[in-house]
Design a protein around this ligand. Structure first.
Ligand SMILES: Cc1ncc(COP(=O)(O)O)c(C=O)c1O
Length: 357
């Protein structure tokens, strides 16, 4: 007799992460393998982090501070918000799940762009609601089509800015127009996982919008520019009302002590983040020239990764590069997503691409 799995799980596949380096080493007998598949920080993390983690070791037997008080207060000061406007997750991923859980009932609808970060789909499906995917236009969110897709069942709209996997942004003006035209009872989630890389003239500064739009939630993470992906810590900023509902379902102690302490230490080292962003921009320019030389189509990126089209099917290119010890991320058709590495890693990628293509 079959077990009573929920109907909502139909159509959900396990998340497919970037292939780990150790898998490739083991499966292909390679030693020197580089991973440019998960938009991690190739420059590591702040030196401050190592020091605080040593100090934190004695706290391992104790439960973490479930309120993440020090981190909360530090971020509140940084952004000029109230401490109760922050929610923390084991990665911003976890907060995406919480958001879907607090707003979506079976039968509701939730709109997101396609392709975009795949967890929106999973989180929406998990809650029993209907995911409504709106294809990108010119590699970026088609805000008009997203607006037209709104029905009286729409509860959440997800905007990934910059968008993963294409690296494009919607501008401050586009966002303002969108926010002002969407009914205020629909929740807008701005996923800004790559915020630190994107800051520039047209990229929106969204924290000040929280006051005007109580239906807004901003998500950020320590996994990318801060280089703390394995520690799993991300945060959401929203009205204290939304946060109070998110906290109803947030599991106890979901962000561990090492993650909290590392995040606080990382915030104190903005030089590290600035250096990461500068080196990434140089790396992107290097990759653009190499792609131009190789006659490959790519999309200008506001992030630490780039969306590229080659003449090979994406899985074929992925497998060929894998045999050369370079892990990238295959997507649809001939499109792949490649994380910007260190200069040495970028050189290695381009050499491998030249051989394979
Ligand atoms: C757009 C976007 N949002 C959220 C996440 C989740 O990041 P984390 O859970 O590590 O904070 C990622 C990770 O790749 C991402 O690309």
């Amino acid at each position: 007799m079959s077990l009573p799995y929920r109907d909502a799980l139909e159509g959900i596949s396990p998340y497919v992460p970037g292939k780990p380096i150790s898998d490739v080493q083991r499966e292909l007998g390679l030693i020197e393998v580089i991973k440019l598949a998960s938009n991690e920080n190739p420059f590591g993390c702040s030196g401050n982090v190592e020091k605080v983690l040593k100090d934190a070791l004695s706290d391992i037997p104790l439960y973490p501070d479930g309120n993440a008080t020090v981190l909360r207060e530090k971020l509140a000061e940084k952004f000029g918000l109230k401490p109760e406007q922050f929610v923390f997750g084991a990665g911003s991923n976890e907060i995406i799940t919480f958001i879907a859980q607090i707003f979506l009932n079976p039968g509701d609808e939730s709109i997101y762009a396609d392709p975009s970060f795949t967890w929106y789909y999973t989180a929406v499906k998990m809650s029993g609601a209907k995911p409504v995917a709106i294809p990108l236009k010119d590699y970026t969110h088609d805000l008009d089509a997203m607006k037209n897709a709104i029905s009286d069942k729409t509860k959440i709209i997800w905007i990934c800015n910059p968008n993963n996997p294409t690296g494009t942004i919607i501008t401050a003006q586009q966002l303002n127009d969108f926010l002002s035209s969407v009914p205020k009872n629909i929740v807008i989630v701005l996923d800004e996982a790559y915020y630190e890389y994107a800051t520039g003239e047209n990229y929106p500064e969204t924290v000040p919008l929280l006051e005007k739009y109580p239906n807004l939630i901003i998500l950020r993470t320590f996994s990318k520019a801060y280089g703390l992906a394995s520690l799993r810590v991300g945060y959401g900023m929203a009205s204290s009302e939304i946060v109070s509902y998110l906290n109803r379902i947030r599991p106890p102690f979901n962000v561990n002590t090492l993650a909290q302490m590392a995040a606080v230490a990382a915030l104190d080292d903005q030089d590290f983040v600035n250096n990461t962003v500068n080196e990434t921009k140089k790396g992107l320019n290097f990759l653009y020239s190499a792609f131009d030389r190789l006659n490959l189509r790519y999309v200008k990126s506001y992030t630490n990764f780039v969306w590229v089209e080659t003449r090979l099917a994406s899985t074929e290119l992925f497998n060929k590069l894998l045999h050369k010890g370079v892990i990238i991320r295959p997507f649809m058709g001939n499109w792949v997503r490649i994380t910007v590495g260190t200069q040495e890693q970028n050189n290695r990628l381009i050499t491998a691409l030249e051989e394979v293509l």
